[in-house]
Design a protein around this ligand. Structure first.
Ligand code: ADP
Length: 239
């Protein structure tokens, strides 16, 4: 299968600290890959280099064969990369639909006007917020804020979604809703790189995982095999 996202020998140095060292992996079309590792292992730095928020010190990132590393974040978004953040970042004075409209207006396709309203409703329906576009963001429950954040990310019709602990903080029943939503993304043909600490979610969603520790990949492969790897277990226990 032609590789959707290909990361090759990626490296990031912050002053004296090499936060990401020689990281290579790929995410195939329609695949959900877990990016795991203890805090500080370099996962968010990798996401930031994919989205263009950070410039790699060395290495390459390609999407469907097109080199995206060293492009500006808006150019990378135009190639079909979108991300969510660890903390939900809504625009609180706007309604649910207006939040999505802002993403549509400033996103990859610059949608304005009545068409944009229909598109916003379509994205909201996809995440389970159909008919709720007029609500005040401040009144949304946490899972609904997460849904809205996802709808905003979907505004750019991404081919690749970077989910940075998007499932964190959900109750067990909300977690199931979140997992089902990620499955819907995959069902709609999107590839997902999932940074996640909730192992039940990783097991449910990812056939394959990459595990980092101290900036390096210490294991990659089928999720069950990787999670039993003694080096991975030791890294999580703080060895
Ligand atoms: P993770 O997402 O796995 O928790 P990060 O990618 O956030 O890890 O961080 C990896 C390492 O890089 C950490 O030691 C962190 O302190 C450091 N780091 C991350 N961002 C910066 C930055 N902008 N400047 C300096 N150091 C950073």
């Amino acid at each position: 299968m032609s590789s959707h996202l290909q990361i090759t020998h990626l490296r990031k140095r912050f002053g004296g600290l090499v936060a990401v060292k020689d990281v290579s992996f790929d995410v195939a079309d329609g695949e959900v890959v877990g990016l795991l590792g203890p805090n500080g292992s370099g996962k968010t730095t990798v996401l930031n280099m994919i989205s263009g928020a950070l410039l790699p010190t060395a290495g390459e990132i390609t999407l469907r064969g097109v080199r995206i590393s060293r492009l500006r974040p808006d150019r990378i978004a135009r190639h079909g990369v979108a991300r969510t953040f660890q903390l939900v970042r809504p625009l609180p004075s706007l309604t649910v639909a207006e939040n999505v409209l802002v993403s549509l207006a400033f996103g990859r396709f610059k949608h304005w006007g009545p068409d944009a309203r229909d598109l916003a409703e379509e994205k909201l329906a996809f995440v389970g917020l159909g008919g709720r576009g007029g609500e005040n963001v401040a009144n949304l429950t946490y899972i609904d804020q997460k849904r809205m954040e996802l709808a905003r990310a979907l505004a750019s019709e991404p081919a690749l979604l970077l989910l940075d602990e998007w499932l964190a903080g959900l109750t067990p029943s909300e977690l199931q809703i979140g997992i089902d939503l990620v499955r819907r993304l995959q069902g709609a043909g999107m590839s997902v790189l999932l940074v996640e600490h909730i192992m039940d979610a990783v097991r449910a969603l990812c056939a394959r995982c990459v595990v980092m520790n101290a900036g390096e990949i210490i294991a990659h492969g089928p999720t069950e095999t990787v999670l039993k790897d003694p080096g991975v277990v030791a890294a999580y226990l703080g060895d």
